[in-house]
Design a protein. Structure first.
Length: 291
């Protein structure tokens, strides 16, 4: 896999300064892009833009190919907890737009689409991973395999959701333009992404759980706002979203911060306990089109 020189993904500046060397210990493949990857702190070379501050990897040649081949069975094993997260997100949207056509970009196995359908939306989605799209298809959920732009998707959507996706894509500005093209004039975009300026990110430094190979851009509120405004969106709502985890899933990931000799297996009953957790290290933004 070749890394090529590129301009900043937010402001287009060429003033990028190396701030973290790659510590990848194997050849890059689809496993590095798993949704449930727990190799916290393992990244490609990361650069900070001296103009806007965005931390980012250099551009990757055809990053979508890694997602096309991605299989993540652990993701499906946590479907029930992720469904609670997705339902919470969609329930928040019902206060602004209780009905309409919703499109989920980076839809995974259709979890958010499924919740939106249950809550009365006409919902569909698009997912680059063939394996994840097949999981959605097996459940009868309207999720297509692919990435935007895609003529099969159509346009004039009332709502587009982009949940923990923008930090994965090589051209986030282009993606936002593609999303704007499928939204109706008064439509809304809901976007979530980790916050690299959060208290936990600052405390954990390069060991923060969102520093991983698959995340190639690290936004704070300033940089994500600048990117959105450049693409013609205005933020109208900002919140810190919470998530749901089984206790054994959380236990395993917290163990990554301990020396190997101190890591203990989770008690069996932990798999039966689900807890809500808000670490205040992500943003959920609702945006409207302004131009």
């Amino acid at each position: 896999m070749l890394e090529i020189v590129h301009n900043c993904r937010v402001c287009n500046s060429t003033n990028l300064v190396l701030v973290k060397k790659s510590n990848l210990d194997s050849v890059l493949d689809s496993n590095h892009f798993a949704i449930t990857d727990s190799h916290y702190g393992q990244t490609l070379d990361l650069y900070a833009c001296e103009e806007c501050g965005l931390i980012q990897s250099r551009r990757l040649e055809d990053v979508n190919s890694f997602y096309e081949g991605l299989q993540d069975k652990e993701y499906e094993n946590t479907r029930a907890e992720r469904a609670r997260q997705a339902r919470q997100i969609v329930m928040g949207l019902t206060k602004l737009m209780p009905t309409g056509r919703l499109f989920d970009v980076g839809a995974g196995s259709g979890i958010l689409v499924e919740q939106a359908l249950e809550l009365g939306y006409t919902a569909s989605g698009l997912e680059p991973s063939t394996w994840l799209q097949e999981q959605a298809q097996q459940r009868g959920l309207p999720v297509l395999a692919g990435v935007l732009p895609d003529e099969r998707v159509g346009d004039n959507f009332d709502l587009v959701t982009l949940v923990d996706v923008i930090e994965h894509v090589d051209d986030p500005f282009g993606l936002l333009l593609d999303i704007k093209a499928i939204l109706r004039p008064n439509g809304l975009l809901l976007l979530t992404t980790p916050d690299v300026d959060s208290l936990l990110a600052r405390c954990l430094g390069w060991r923060w759980w969102h520093f991983r190979v698959a995340h190639i851009s690290y936004f704070n509120l300033k940089t994500i706002r600048r990117l959105l405004e450049r693409a013609g969106f205005q933020i109208i709502s900002v919140k810190r979203p919470g998530w749901y985890f089984t206790l054994d899933y959380l236990w395993l990931r917290l163990n990554q911060y301990l020396p190997k000799k101190l890591r203990l297996p989770a008690p069996a009953f932990f798999s039966k306990l689900t807890i809500p957790l808000n670490l205040f290290d992500s943003y959920e933004l609702i945006c409207k089109v302004i131009k």
